[in-house]
Write a protein that binds this ligand. Structure first.
Ligand SMILES: C[S@@+](CC[C@H](N)C(=O)[O-])C[C@H]1O[C@@H](n2cnc3c(N)ncnc32)[C@H](O)[C@@H]1O
Length: 352
């Protein structure tokens, strides 16, 4: 058996082992020394990207090989990465589709686009980076004169640089304005959302998107903070939740985690974006083209699973989601909640 074939089979066996369930968990990122044994592609990047303004951008790419390999990259293929971030997956996709593969990278966040621009400059015109929304992929492609792509990938949610930037207001780990927008140039902030929704609507958001049992008293506490002019920062939101659920000594997960997740999902319409993306896949994918999607919580995963399962135009390639290896989960806690699902566009001769 040839070495490549042996490696392919070993990888398939490894993937099969990893299809157990993973829980939603928010944790701080740990950056350890990362060893990558691939010879032909760049190793997983652990050093930060330095942006033109001198700031640094660091995100550990999750399920890097698995997500990109699912797309079966080929030279001459055209691919879309609709959650470009710092370009970690796109970089590998461009390497694996060399010399002529092309990637359209889409992100809502200017800072992510700037980081990706730095990282991907060596690929020249093979990388086209666009500010836009994943759910508007057909419009993005149309604006570039592209009708079909050979693969679409998404690595949903927020990046570490977004979470770690206090000024973006995503995390209770840092004190910052209560913002949470992936695209800070438009839309409603988390504070404005909390002000606009009435108490019941706010409780519903916290319950549905955060799976928070105490959603009603938390919504009441948030509304009280607004009435007292005391809901401006991430600290204020955290305090409003802690008034309802007191953190216990030694508790690993902060009681505010679910409420922060819920508001972030609502502010960025994350599920609406995913639904729009999933709906357009059978149209934008060329025959045989593959979509691979990494989700981080059960609401997203369920949408992906059902979309692929119920559509005769899409053949599921992962009956159960692929999850991170023990090794990856140990060096990057955020990877522990990642689930990858992939599906292939059936030929239009079979399912138009
Ligand atoms: C987890 S990061 C992607 C990291 C990237 N795969 C890497 O390894 O470098 C997710 C990125 O997707 C962007 N994003 C999330 N949802 C989006 C959407 N609906 N439309 C456009 N960009 C989105 C976020 O702004 C963020 O930069």
């Amino acid at each position: 058996m040839k070495r490549r074939e042996r490696e392919r089979l070993a990888k398939a066996a490894e993937l099969a082992k990893r299809t157990a369930a993973a829980d939603v968990e928010v944790a701080t990122e740990v950056v350890d020394d990362v060893v990558d044994d691939q010879e032909s592609v760049s190793p997983l990047r652990v050093e930060p990207i330095v942006l033109p303004d001198g700031s640094s951008f660091h995100h550990l790419t999750i399920l890097r090989e698995e997500t990109v390999d699912a797309l079966e990259p080929k030279s001459g293929g055209v691919y879309a990465d609709v959650t470009l971030g710092g370009g970690g997956h796109t970089e590998l996709l461009l390497e694996k589709s060399a010399p002529e593969g092309r990637v359209i990278g889409v992100d809502r966040d200017e800072r992510a686009l700037a980081a990706a621009r730095e990282r991907l400059s060596r690929f020249g015109e093979r990388a086209t980076l666009v500010k836009g929304e994943a759910g508007a992929l057909p419009r993005v492609l149309e604006s570039l004169g592209i009708t079909h792509v050979n693969g679409v990938m998404a690595d949903l949610g927020v990046s570490s640089p977004q979470l770690d930037d206090a000024g973006r207001g995503f995390s209770f780990r840092f004190s910052g304005p209560l913002d949470m927008r992936m695209d800070p140039s438009r839309g409603e902030t988390a504070k404005e959302l909390c002000e606009r929704l009435d108490e019941t609507e706010l409780a519903n958001v916290i319950f549905q998107y955060g799976d928070e049992r105490k959603s009603r008293p938390i919504a009441r506490s948030i509304k009280r903070a607004i009435d007292e002019n005391a809901l401006d920062t991430t600290d204020d939101l955290r305090a409003a939740v802690h008034r309802v659920i007191r953190p216990k000594h030694g508790q690993r997960i902060d009681p505010a985690t679910r409420t922060f997740q819920a508001l972030r999902i609502a502010v960025n319409d994350e599920l609406g974006q995913l639904e729009a993306l999933l709906a357009c896949l059978p149209d934008v994918l060329a025959d045989g083209g593959v979509a691979s999607i990494i989700s981080f919580h059960s609401l997203e995963d369920r949408l992906g699973k059902n979309a692929f399962r119920g559509d005769p135009r899409m053949e599921r390639l992962t009956k159960k989601p692929v999850i991170a290896s023990d090794d990856e989960a140990a060096r990057n806690p955020r990877a522990r909640s990642a689930k990858l699902r992939a599906a292939r566009r059936v030929s239009r001769e079979v399912a138009p």
